[in-house]
Design a protein around this ligand. Structure first.
Ligand SMILES: *Cc1c(COP(=O)(O)O)cnc(C)c1O
Length: 355
C-alpha cells in the first residue's frame, strides 16, 4: 500500500535474473535485485522517482561525489514471515536519520513521500527476492550522492537518491576479536560521526587493516580527545555487560544513533535487564576483566543484529572473554528477530508492512 500516492515512473525488466541466483550461497552485498529506485534533484527540487532495471549509472568524472565525498547512505532490511508477508523494521528511524545525515553533509533532505512510496513500490516489485526462513532477508541500501559536474569545492546543486536491494542470509562474522583504538579515531567532536556518511567508512579502513594485521577483526573506537572512552565497535554500536548490568555509551556527535542500539535498550528495559546509558572507560573494562565481572561485549547493528566479541587487545596485551551461557546478546537477538519475522507480538509498532 502506497502511503502517499506518489506517481512513480516504472520500467520493469523483461526477464528476471532471480533464477540465476543461488539463495543458499549468497555473498553479502554482491547480488542485487532486478530493480532500483532513482530520484534526481535538480533546480532545487526532487523530480518524480523512477524504478528502473538495476543498471550502471552515468556521471561526469568531475561529479562532486568523486572529489569531495558528499555521499550518505542507510542500511535496512525487509523480512518475510511464515505466511509470506514482508515487513520492514522501524523504517521511519532510517528515514529520519537519512535526513539528519543529509543536513550535516549540506545535502537536500529527501521527501518523505518519495522515500516511502519509492521504497515500498521497489520492495513490492522485487518481493520474490525476499526469502522466508531464519536469517534470510532483503538488505536495502538507500543512498544519496552529489552528482553535479565541476570540481569546485562547494556543495553540489544536483543529487541522486538511489535505493538498491540485495538478498542476504544470516550474517556470521565468525569469532570477533577487537583492538581498542589507542591512536586512531573514527570520528571527532564537532565532526560527522553521527551521520551515516561514506567518508566515515573510508577513514576506518586503514586503522582496521592495521588491526587485522595484528590478528584482530575489528577496532573498538575510542573518543578522539583522550582515547579513554569507548565509542563504537567497527561499524556497530557497542554494549558491555559488567556483572548483570548492560552498558552502552550515550549517542553524541561522534556516535551513530543506531536503530538496533535503541531497540536493544528498549528490550532491556522491558525484560528486567538493568541498562546504563553512560560513557564507558577503557580502564573500567580492564578492571572488570581483572576481577571477572566482564561478562559480555557485543556490537549491535542491522547487518548482524548482535555480534559477540570474544576478545580484545589493548596496549599490547590480549584478553579473552569467555562465552556466556545466558548471554544477553543472544537473548536480545532472538527477541528482535522474533519481532522482525512476525514470530512474536510487536507491542512497539516496530514492524511495518513492506508494501
Ligand atoms: C549503521 C551504523 C551503526 C548501526 O546502526 P543500525 O541502525 O543499528 O544499523 C552503528 N555504527 C555506525 C558507525 C554505523 O554506520
Amino acid at each position: 500500500m502506497s502511503r502517499f500516492n506518489t506517481p512513480l515512473n516504472i520500467e520493469k525488466i523483461k526477464v528476471s535474473k532471480i533464477d540465476q541466483v543461488d539463495f543458499n550461497k549468497l555473498p553479502f552485498g554482491e547480488i542485487f535485485t532486478d530493480h532500483m529506485l532513482v530520484c534526481d534533484y535538480r533546480n532545487g527540487a526532487w523530480e518524480i522517482p523512477k524504478i528502473l532495471p538495476y543498471q550502471n549509472i552515468s556521471m561526469s568524472p568531475s561529479a562532486r561525489v568523486f572529489h569531495y565525498g558528499q555521499a550518505i547512505f542507510e542500511g535496512m532490511k525487509a523480512f518475510k514471515d511464515i505466511a509470506g508477508d514482508a515487513w520492514l523494521f522501524r523504517p521511519d528511524e532510517n528515514f529520519n536519520r537519512f535526513n539528519k545525515s543529509c543536513e550535516r553533509l549540506a545535502m537536500p533532505a529527501i521527501r518523505e513521500d518519495y522515500f516511502f512510496d519509492g521504497l515500498q513500490e521497489l520492495v513490492s516489485i522485487d518481493k520474490e527476492w525476499i526469502k522466508g526462513g531464519a536469517g534470510n532477508s532483503l538488505y536495502i541500501r538507500p543512498f544519496m550522492i552529489a552528482s553535479q559536474s565541476g570540481v569546485m569545492a562547494a556543495p553540489s546543486d544536483e543529487y541522486k537518491f538511489i535505493i538498491i536491494c540485495s538478498p542476504a542470509q544470516a550474517y556470521y562474522g565468525g569469532e570477533v576479536r577487537v583492538k581498542i583504538a589507542e591512536k586512531y579515531s573514527r570520528a571527532a567532536s564537532g565532526g560527522f560521526g553521527f551521520a551515516k556518511a561514506a567518508g566515515n567508512y573510508a577513514g576506518q579502513f586503514y586503522p582496521t587493516k592495521l588491526a587485522q594485521e595484528e590478528g584482530f577483526q575489528q577496532v573498538v573506537w575510542t573518543d578522539a580527545n583522550t582515547h579513554e572512552y569507548i565509542e563504537e565497535a567497527g561499524t556497530m554500536n557497542i554494549f558491555v555487560r559488567i556483572g548483570d548490568t548492560l552498558i552502552t555509551g550515550p549517542t553524541s556527535d561522534s556516535i551513530l544513533d543506531g536503530v538496533t542500539r535503541k531497540s536493544l535498550i528498549q528490550l532491556a528495559k522491558d525484560n528486567q535487564v538493568k541498562i546504563d546509558i553512560r560513557p564507558i572507560k577503557v580502564s573500567e573494562i580492564l578492571e572488570a576483566q581483572k576481577n571477572n565481572t566482564l561478562k559480555e561485549m557485543f556490537g549491535a547493528g542491522t547487518a548482524a543484529v548482535v555480534s559477540p566479541i570474544s576478545g580484545f587487545g589493548y596496549r599490547g596485551e590480549k584478553y579473552e572473554i569467555a562465552t556466556q551461557e545466558n548471554s544477553y546478546a543472544m537473548m536480545f537477538k532472538k527477541k528482535l528477530n522474533d519481532i522482525q519475522y512476525n514470530l512474536s507480538p510487536d507491542p512497539y509498532g516496530w514492524r511495518v508492512s513492506a508494501y
